[in-house]
Design a protein around this ligand. Structure first.
Ligand code: HAM
Length: 424
């Protein structure tokens, strides 16, 4: 083999590519039901878009961006996340607010690859722009949870927190910085920088000594202003009303600087160290920061690779909603092609094995059966012989081996019954 994929990237090959597609469709369906419309933004943006949003002190900006100059010397970056591009696009295209948007696509972060962490990965995200109510926070949180539930991830745990607003954060920061300054000697070099730029980031450090230094550090939730406290209480009450189990996690500050008030993550024990299936929160200042009107907003992004890791394994022997039209002699091929066209017109995935007619394959029928099996087809329609003389063909269920004679006029309906998902 001459080439291998770049470190930290994945190929998506069948049957896994089918699971991705199904997850994508499920996500789109749930989003549309909740009134979100799809948005697409470029895979790369001007680098400033990410610096202004995630914050220069965030790990993403400081260490993980794929940034480059194009041939005209512009500073560009492969998008490490979706929120800033969506906000930019909403303003640039003059979308009317409030608006609810969802997206799916590839994102890029230069980090150390491990289980559930890649350099190119895929996110499904939603952004509700222009909605301030705590009930929206809860509705958005529930949407992500519903997605995981429909995927069959039973152990998805929800953690929530509130990190306050412009009014309460400065006072809280002072307290935290005071506490950490007394323990500077136990902080790593990165956390000393975080202390200057955004002390909340210290909660995100993976370093064990920093964790210990945090000890009984003041946490944002216990220093909220009355309005933030009321908002958070309302989010929790609404989650309770929606019967969504959750835990409050005082140290959940999230790795991006644009958040305020509600932050949340979906966790799974199936993932190991990278246990976050997805996360999000409120970002009431970002639209303004990008030059737009004051606009409250809340959203999340879910990691597709991690979601697929957490889904209980699908049975690998499962057959696909696909049929093969098998012909007995060369003379039967035109009739087989006509059936093939009818099946496809009826939205039933169908294939035919033309290679079986080549001189290299003297055992025509055997070759076709083997091809259908390799494709994991659920059934085949057999055209030719005496049955064709009677205006019929054989329909065989490849999972059970049962074959029945079916009039040519009824083939589409009979195959549809065999492949319930193909017609869905
Ligand atoms: P985030 O927490 O950085 O948030 O990423 C969301 C999810 O993307 C993570 O929980 C994880 O499942 C997945 N993810 C992140 N990095 C990787 C990686 N290197 N490999 C595989 N999966 C990964 C955001 O991106 C925010 N934009 C979410 C948001 C939307 N907040 C408000 N609106």
């Amino acid at each position: 083999m001459k080439f291998r994929r770049p470190k930290g990237t994945l190929d998506s090959v069948p049957p896994e590519s089918g699971h991705r597609q199904a997850a994508r469709e499920l996500f789109g369906r749930l989003c549309r039901l909740a009134g979100f419309q799809e948005i697409g933004t470029p895979t790369f943006e001007h680098t400033d878009v990410f610096i202004r949003s995630a914050g220069s002190g965030s790990d993403i900006v400081a260490k993980e961006m794929y940034s480059f100059k194009d041939r005209a010397g512009r500073d560009l970056t492969l998008r490490p996340e979706g929120t800033p591009g969506v906000v930019r696009a909403v303003l640039e295209n003059g979308l009317r607010l409030p608006c609810r948007l969802f997206y799916a696509g590839a994102f890029f972060r230069y980090n150390q690859p491990q289980k559930g962490r890649c350099r190119e990965f895929h996110q499904f995200g939603v952004e509700a722009l222009g909605e301030a109510s705590a009930r929206t926070d809860a509705e958005v949180i529930r949407l992500g949870h519903e997605f995981f539930r429909h995927l069959g991830i039973a152990d998805c745990r929800l953690v929530v927190n509130s990190i306050g607003c412009r009014d309460c954060r400065p006072g809280y920061h002072k307290l935290l910085v005071g506490y950490l300054n007394e323990r500077r000697d136990r902080l790593c070099a990165d956390c000393l920088v975080r202390l200057e730029r955004n002390p909340l980031r210290v909660f995100d450090c993976k370093n064990e000594t920093c964790h210990r230094a945090l000890g009984a550090a003041p946490v944002p939730r216990l220093h909220l202003c009355p309005t933030c406290a009321e908002h958070f209480a309302a989010v929790l009450a609404e989650l309770g009303r929606l019967e969504l189990p959750f835990a409050v996690s005082d140290r959940l500050v999230r790795g991006l600087d644009y958040y305020n008030r509600t932050t949340f993550e979906y966790l799974s024990d199936a993932l190991g160290a990278q246990d976050s299936l997805g996360g999000g929160g409120r970002y009431d200042y970002l639209v303004e920061e990008f030059g737009g009107p004051a606009t409250p907003a809340v959203g999340f992004a879910l990691g597709l690779e991690r979601a697929l890791l957490a889904v209980p394994a699908a049975p690998t022997a499962a057959r696909l909603p696909l049929v093969f039209v098998v012909w007995l002699t060369e003379a039967d091929i035109p009739q087989a092609q006509e059936l093939l066209a009818r099946l496809r017109e009826a939205d039933i995935p169908a294939r035919i094995d033309y290679d079986a007619s080549l001189p290299a394959h003297p055992k025509k029928l055997k070759h076709q059966v083997r091809t259908a099996d390799a494709a994991r087809a659920r059934g085949c329609v057999i055209v030719g012989g005496e049955e064709l003389g009677r205006g019929a063909c054989g329909v065989k269920d490849l999972a059970t081996g049962v074959q029945t004679e079916v009039p040519l006029t009824d083939v589409v309906e009979r195959v549809r019954a065999l492949l319930p998902t193909a017609s869905a």
